[in-house]
Structure formats: structure tokens, C-alpha cells
Design a protein around this ligand. Structure first.
Ligand code: SF4
Ligand code: SF4
Length: 194
């Protein structure tokens, strides 16, 4: 009989302990429900890509000298540089240039090595199409101005974590004109000169 009563007592103690643990867990859960969600509500809110973000490539037809360096440094020899030799000027003349973004891995090698800086990375990442062949951009498509998150009236642009002021972890409800943590390059130069 005593053994049975002890078992009941132990069981009741365990049940109370388990109940306390559940209570503690729920209090943490309810505490999280009081906080502001950190979710970025795409497509009405978008994070501003960083300065070195590697999005769609921009190309300037007039600057290209058809050297084909971009093809040689590309891991898959992707850019198509279509040129002909112009006998009158004794120079290469660019006829057509294209990059297929269905194959590109956005490594940025072509941008790094282009001697005339006619290639650059934009912050445009939304390139989806219904047809795979529409991803093959010709020089006209490559040359159009990129979409900017900050220029879209339908979108609330939000700063990425590294661009937030010191100690702030959420980009929501940020007062205007607050600057990010850390120094700007010109400020670092100024400090070094002192
Ligand atoms: S970004 Fe990389 S993969 Fe894409 S075209 Fe340039 S070098 Fe090739
Ligand atoms: S490396 Fe630059 S200049 Fe040379 S072909 Fe490519 S895009 Fe043109």
C-alpha cells in the first residue's frame, strides 16, 4: 500500500514539474508573439542589395573593343562577342554582344577583367521569364537601365543588416537619415591623414 502511495506521489511531482516546464515554454512563446515580426513582406518591401551585389550584367556597346577577354575569363566562355574586321579603320568592329543569363553563374569575372569597364554588375536580381530563351540578353537588353529598389513607388526599400545603425537589428521603423555603423571610405582616409 505504501509503495503504491509513493508511486502516486512521485507521479504527481513529475506531473507538476512537467506542467511548470510547459508553462515556461509557453511564456517564451507568448513573449515572442508580442514582438514585431522581422519578416520582409516581398514584393511590397524589398531589401536594398549591397554595393557589391552581383546582379544582372550591364553592357555598354560603345565602349566594347571586342577584345574577348570577358569570354576567356568566364568559367563557361559564355559572352558571345560577334565582331568583324573593319578594313578601312583596321580595327575590330563589334556587331553583336550577348550573355545568356540562364547559363551565367554571376561570378563577375567578366566585369573584373574587362579592360574598358564596359561591363558592370547591377542590383537587378528578378530576371524570371516563362521562356528559357528570353534569358539570352542581347546588347540592347544588356544596355537598358537596371531596376532600382529605391526608385519603385510600390516598394518600401529596407536596409540590409550591415547597413543598419550600430545596435539596431531590424530595418523596420528606422528613422530617416540614420547612418549605418562603421566609417565611410573618405572618413577612414581623413583619419589616416591626421
Ligand atoms: S558573370 Fe561569370 S559566368 Fe556570367 S558571363 Fe560573366 S564571367 Fe561568365
Ligand atoms: S572584355 Fe570588355 S571590351 Fe573586351 S570584348 Fe568583353 S565586354 Fe568587350
Amino acid at each position: 500500500m505504501l509503495k503504491f502511495l509513493k508511486q502516486v506521489g512521485d507521479y504527481a511531482k513529475d506531473a507538476v514539474q512537467a506542467g511548470r516546464y510547459i508553462g515556461q515554454g509557453l511564456s517564451v512563446t507568448f513573449d515572442h508573439m508580442r514582438r514585431r515580426p522581422v519578416t520582409v513582406q516581398y514584393p511590397y518591401e524589398k531589401l536594398i542589395p549591397s554595393e557589391r551585389f552581383r546582379g544582372r550584367i550591364h553592357f555598354e556597346f560603345d565602349k566594347c573593343i571586342s577584345c574577348e577577354v570577358c569570354v576567356r575569363v568566364c568559367p563557361i566562355n559564355l559572352p558571345v562577342v560577334d565582331w568583324e574586321f573593319d578594313k578601312a579603320s583596321k580595327k575590330k568592329k563589334l556587331k553583336h554582344y550577348s550573355i545568356d543569363f540562364g547559363v551565367c553563374i554571376f561570378c563577375g569575372n567578366c566585369v573584373e577583367y574587362c579592360p574598358t569597364n564596359c561591363l558592370s554588375m547591377t542590383e537587378e536580381y528578378d530576371l524570371c521569364t516563362y521562356d528559357r530563351h528570353q534569358l539570352n540578353y542581347d546588347n540592347v537588353a544588356l544596355g537598358r537601365l537596371p531596376y532600382k529598389v529605391t526608385d519603385d513607388p510600390m516598394v518600401t526599400p529596407l536596409r540590409e543588416l550591415v547597413y543598419l545603425p550600430k545596435g539596431v537589428v531590424s530595418p523596420h521603423d528606422l528613422p530617416a537619415n540614420t547612418r549605418g555603423a562603421g566609417l565611410h571610405p573618405e572618413e577612414i582616409l581623413e583619419q589616416q591623414e591626421k
